[in-house]
Design a protein around this ligand. Structure first.
Ligand code: SF4
Length: 345
């Protein structure tokens, strides 16, 4: 896994053949060969080598250290309700090893990172969606199936998108990250049209469950830089995990967030708070990929809730959810007057 301040450094990099027809693909091919990383070429949509005979845990970890450069063929963007109109598909996957990662149930057993080299075509497609919805404002989400920041120092995809949205009067861009390599994005002409959201948590939760991601102080330093650069900033605190001392730890977290923010940015923050929950499928995948997990996954301590699409979720009991709601709304109101709490669930 890479340095906590910079891009991650993959151990293996594959190029789908078509990707080498694009300047970015060729540039990356030369760059990774020069870095001594294992580099290979595979057919379009071809199988990425490896994985066979490995345990689910090892195969998963191998995939997390693998980067594939590909051409995004489908330029029909997925919708992204309710927070945005469309996903902006620059990247799929994430090198992090968070045990509760929401992508575990969506990206299959070998969730290698895919970075798309046809960024111009993706941006052009976004421009068409914006024109189609004009005069309404169209909102794009850049992190629906990825954390896009770890590969940014290679691809520059976010920088391209942020600059593009800076020139749009009827579109907004947003994404969320746990990574901290923001330096290349600080001097862009973003015009306040991109909201940078940082996913953070109480330090013991990061230590226990978020391997392969930058520590809290690195994320907060990055958030402070981004706010000072004039971007709208938000914090996603997810999942809120209840353990001995959790209330004090989350109060400490909010105090650290306040200390990291320039005073003029604090009142314009947004907050999204999601309590820990799991589905039976997520539990089964987590126990195979992270067999030593200490995540609280005992159904007997939870309340059953039916998900939007008819599946079962295990959430904290109502009394605990009320305490979570009270704590965050009270402390955010006290520490960040004027900030917006989008939801506490
Ligand atoms: Fe998943 Fe986000 Fe952790 Fe990456 S940083 S593994 S996307 S939870």
């Amino acid at each position: 896994m890479g340095d906590t301040r910079g891009s991650f450094v993959p151990q293996r990099v594959f190029f789908e053949e078509g990707a080498l027809s694009y300047p970015l693909g060729r540039e990356m091919y030369d760059r990774f060969r020069g870095m001594g990383v294992v580099v290979g070429v595979i057919p379009p949509r071809g199988r990425v080598p490896g994985g066979r005979g490995l345990s689910p845990e090892t195969s998963y970890r191998e995939a997390k250290r693998t980067l594939v450069f590909a051409v995004r063929r489908s330029l029909a963007f997925q919708t992204c309700k309710p927070s945005a109109h469309y996903q902006l598909p620059l990247v799929t996957g994430c090198p992090g090893l968070c045990e509760y990662c929401y992508l575990q149930t969506t990206l299959g057993p070998r969730p290698y990172m895919r970075a798309y080299v046809n960024i111009d075509e993706i941006i052009e497609r976004a421009a068409r969606y914006i024109r189609d919805r004009f005069p309404e404002t169209t909102v794009f989400e850049g992190a629906a199936t990825s954390d896009p920041l770890p590969v940014e120092d290679f691809t520059g995809g976010l920088a391209r998108a942020i600059s593009f949205f800076g020139g749009q009067s009827h579109a907004l861009f947003r994404f969320v990250t746990k990574f901290a390599n923001v330096d290349g994005l600080l001097r862009l002409d973003h015009k306040g049209r991109t909201r940078f959201r940082f996913s953070v948590n109480a330090e013991p939760v990061i230590e226990r469950y978020e391997a392969g991601t930058p520590r809290l102080d690195a994320r907060l330093h990055a958030a402070g830089l981004v706010a000072a650069a004039g971007y709208p900033v938000g914090f996603l605190i997810a999942p809120v995990v209840v353990y001995d001392g959790w209330e004090d730890q989350y109060r400490d977290l909010l105090a650290s967030l306040r200390d990291s923010m320039p005073a003029r940015a604090a009142g314009a923050l947004t907050f999204e708070i999601i309590s820990h929950r799991f589905t039976p499928r997520a539990k089964s995948l987590i126990s195979r990929r992270h067999p030593h997990t200490a995540l609280p996954l005992d159904e007997n301590e939870r309340r059953v809730k039916m998900g939007q699409f008819g599946y079962v979720k295990y959430v904290y009991p109502d009394e605990l959810l009320r305490r979570i709601d009270d704590l965050f709304r009270l402390e955010i109101g006290r520490l960040f007057p004027g900030a917006r709490v989008d939801y506490v669930i």
